[in-house]
Design a protein around this ligand. Sequence first.
Ligand code: ADP
Ligand code: NA
Length: 304
Amino acid sequence: MEFPITVVGSANVDMIMQVERFPAPGETVSDGQFSQAFGGKGANQAVAAARAGGRVAFLGCVGADAFGEAILENLRRDGIFTEPVVKSVSEPTGIAMILINKQGENCIAAAPGANNALTSAHIESYAAFLKRSRMVVIQAEIPRIAVEKTFEVLADSETAILFNFAPIRKEAPKLSPRITYLVVNETEAAYLSGVQVGTFREAEQAARILRRQGPQNVLLTLGANGVWVETPQGGFHAPALPVQAIDTTAAGDVFCGAFATATTQGQPIHEAVHFACAAAALCVTRLGAQPSIPYREEVETLLK
Ligand code: ADP
Ligand code: NA
């Protein structure tokens, strides 16, 4: 079985509790409403690519525990191939504990756990598999050495690489000329380029600086202002679709996943960006991360 897209990245379980108010240190609040959700940028992007109609494999690391099993089952529900996922016997599955108060504010503590245990040896052992993909999608919620090893094993292959430089962290991977598509938001672009992005002119300037750091194409996402795209043939702006935004969680992840699917299915960059904007627009009209990730038919309906 061939998988045109392999996502290399993080997967978490979000433990969410809605409370009247946050407890003070040492205090217990007992009015909580509990729910569990699946997250992690890697898993979100894999689900987004699969729902957009792509055949997707996932390479990541979970704990050898019930949460890890639940993550794998959840990915399989979207038809994602999970055999490349390693189970760490020493680290628990990545968990985020999220408290949400009555005002809708949140308080989050995350434990990356097994996500930090993804090794370059594991990437190496899947080198042949990765090279058979048309595109590898990767972000920065896994160790820097795992990201850089992925660039390295793909050095002499024709596999395209989409690198989403997110989140910003101290141990950030180096940008590589092997990156086909660098996806960043305004904050990440400012961090990498030194240009504060407020206008389209500044977006263009930042994207050009980033292209000089190696990547062949730069996709700078601008929230409700769409995307600035810088290619070897020049730059262009793709507008966002006008929607009523209620929760922008995972918008960037949906953009990356949908773009990967459209591109590997042969759409030229203008069309793939437009498709990805439509998928991300639907995502922001709904609550939550993975439940808000749209299916291909919904995106096509919006584009009609
Ligand atoms: P991130 O979530 O990584 O910060 P952005 O906020 O830039 O990324 O959003 C990614 C993409 O999602 C945007 O390029 C745009 O296409 C879409 N998007 C985000 N916010 C909105 C919005 N309010 N209305 C329509 N589309 C949006
Ligand atoms: Na996001």
